[in-house]
Design a protein around this ligand. Structure first.
Ligand SMILES: Nc1nc2c(ncn2[C@@H]2O[C@H](COP(=O)(O)OP(=O)(O)OP(=O)(O)O)[C@@H](O)[C@H]2O)c(=O)[nH]1
Ligand SMILES: [Mg+2]
Length: 247
């Protein structure tokens, strides 16, 4: 998951390639009814049931309204999709989600669908767009969005600083230092911070209250950096760090 253009589809493709390279199996699932050119061939494809263009035509909607309606229409096919997934003998499903996170993650129907297809446990991998997260104010906004998605989904949540290859080393190091909330707070409230106001600080305080550090795994589909770290984070969640395939 992640904001529009955060690299979800590219990561799905790269992750599957990495899995194959390691000798693991992984099945790809596309849940974006509006996907046009996917960089992978989905094994299960929501477009077999619901297509954004057809929803736009049929209900005379624009792309965003159609995305909302599509989320609700997908719900009608939950059982079919679930059966399709159950037809695969695999340990891992990699699920690519639609671009507009708010049109997807905040809807009850999407939540029900995610729960329904969570066969044997699942985790959300949330991709942060690096340019949106490279200032203290941008980071606080991105964290607030990610936290609200996490709150809606109620499932294990892995946060990724995606497209890390696009960040200058000094910017990247600065972002990683924000794992310490005191550092982020100091920069947010310093004269150089662009969000030196009560709302920004209040938002930061609300996030701080959750007691969660800003853990971001730097990752890139372009260099394949960090993909193994996501895999290890998933293993740690479900298998206490032991590799699923070595069971
Ligand atoms: N440099 C770099 N570019 C990337 C990376 N991952 C994706 N991109 C580029 O980012 C753009 C968006 O990638 P997508 O994978 O389509 O992003 P998405 O989140 O699936 O987009 P939507 O489904 O439209 O929301 C494409 O031009 C990709 O080539 C990466 O790791 N590094
Ligand atoms: Mg996509």
């Amino acid at each position: 998951m992640g904001t529009a253009g955060a690299g979800k589809s590219t990561m799905t493709s790269a992750f599957q390639s990495w899995m194959f390279g390691q000798g693991y199996d992984a099945v790809t699932v596309n849940l974006d009814p509006g996907a046009i050119n996917l960089p992978y061939s989905p094994d299960v494809d929501i477009r077999d049931w619901v297509r954004l263009e057809e929803v736009m035509d049929e209900y005379s909607l624009g792309p965003n309204g159609a995305q909302v309606t599509s989320s609700d229409l997908m719900y009608l096919y939950i059982e079919d999709i679930r059966q399709s997934l159950e037809g695969f003998r695999t340990d891992y499903f990699l699920v690519d989600t639609p671009g507009q996170i708010e049109l997807f993650a905040y809807r009850d129907t999407s939540n029900d669908m995610i729960r329904s297809i969570s066969i044997g446990g699942s985790a959300a991998v949330y991709l942060f767009e690096p340019h949106l997260a490279s200032t203290p104010a941008g980071m606080v906004s991105q964290l607030a969005l990610a936290s609200s998605v996490k709150y809606r989904l109620g499932m294990p949540f892995i946060q990724v600083l995606n497209k890390a290859d696009m960040l200058k080393p000094e910017v990247r190091e600065r972002i990683m230092r924000w794992a310490n909330p005191e550092v982020l707070y100091a920069e947010l409230t310093s004269n150089g911070g662009s969000m030196n106001n009560e709302l920004g600080v209040g938002l930061f305080r609300a996030l701080e209250c959750t007691g969660e550090a800003v853990r971001l795994i730097p990752c890139s589909a372009a260099t394949m950096e960090g993909i193994e770290d996501i895999y290890s984070a998933v293993q740690a969640l479900f298998m206490g760090g032991e590799d699923l395939d070595q069971e």
